[in-house]
Design a protein. Structure first.
Length: 187
C-alpha cells in the first residue's frame, strides 16, 4: 500500500489524442477519439474485451483487456528533452496525452473523467519494452528509475468505464478511490 505525503493535483487537461487501427509503435494524432465502455478507443488496435497486446494475446488470449487506453503526461516529454531525447504526443503509443497530472502517482482504481462523459479507470503502469530503443536508442533506460517510485515512467493504462468523445483541450478531473490506496502494478 502506498501512502502519499503530498496531495496530488486532481485536475488537468488533454493535450492530444491518438489511435492506430494497426499494431505499431506510435499512434498518429487525431482531432478526436471515441472511448467506448468496456472496449477502449474505437478503431484502435488495442481495443477489445480481451487483451490485444500482441505478446500477451499470444500467451493468454482469454485474458481480459486491462490495457484498453494508454495515457502519458506531457511533462515527461519536456524532461526527456533535457536529457537528449525528442518525444512528442503519440510517439510512445499513447492514446491520450495529458497536462497538469502526475498520472503515475495515482493509485489503482483512480478514475479520470475526460471531457463531457468519458471515464477511464487506471489499472496499471505501462512497462517499457525493447521496441522503445528502436524508436530512440537509450530511451528505455531513461524510462526506468532504479531507486524511485514508481519505477516505470511510460505512462498508465486503464479501462473505459463510460463512453465519450474526447479531444485536445478537454478537461480531466481525477476521482481517487475511497478504499485503501494501492500502487499501480506494472503491466
Amino acid at each position: 500500500m502506498v501512502q502519499f505525503t503530498d496531495k496530488p493535483r486532481l485536475s488537468g487537461s488533454v493535450v492530444a489524442v491518438g489511435s492506430n487501427p494497426q499494431h505499431g509503435f506510435s499512434k498518429p494524432i487525431q482531432r478526436t477519439i471515441r472511448l467506448v465502455e468496456n472496449h477502449g478507443v474505437e478503431g484502435d488496435a488495442h481495443a477489445g474485451r480481451f487483451v490485444r497486446h500482441r505478446y500477451l494475446a499470444a500467451k493468454t488470449p482469454e485474458l481480459l483487456n486491462n490495457r484498453q487506453v494508454h495515457l502519458m503526461a506531457s511533462e515527461l516529454f519536456a524532461e526527456l528533452v533535457s536529457v537528449g531525447f525528442i518525444v512528442s504526443s503519440g510517439d510512445l503509443g499513447e492514446n491520450v496525452t495529458t497536462e497538469g497530472l502526475d498520472l503515475t502517482s495515482f493509485p489503482l482504481g483512480t478514475r479520470l473523467r475526460i471531457g463531457d462523459s468519458a471515464i477511464v479507470e487506471l489499472t496499471g503502469l505501462r512497462t517499457p519494452c525493447s521496441l522503445i530503443d528502436r524508436f530512440q536508442k537509450g530511451l528505455k533506460r531513461a524510462m526506468i528509475r532504479k531507486n524511485a517510485r514508481p519505477r516505470f515512467r511510460c505512462g498508465v493504462l486503464g479501462v473505459v468505464k463510460a463512453t465519450g468523445q474526447i479531444a485536445a483541450g478537454d478537461p480531466v478531473a481525477v476521482e481517487l478511490p475511497l478504499s485503501a490506496w494501492q500502487a499501480l502494478p506494472a503491466l
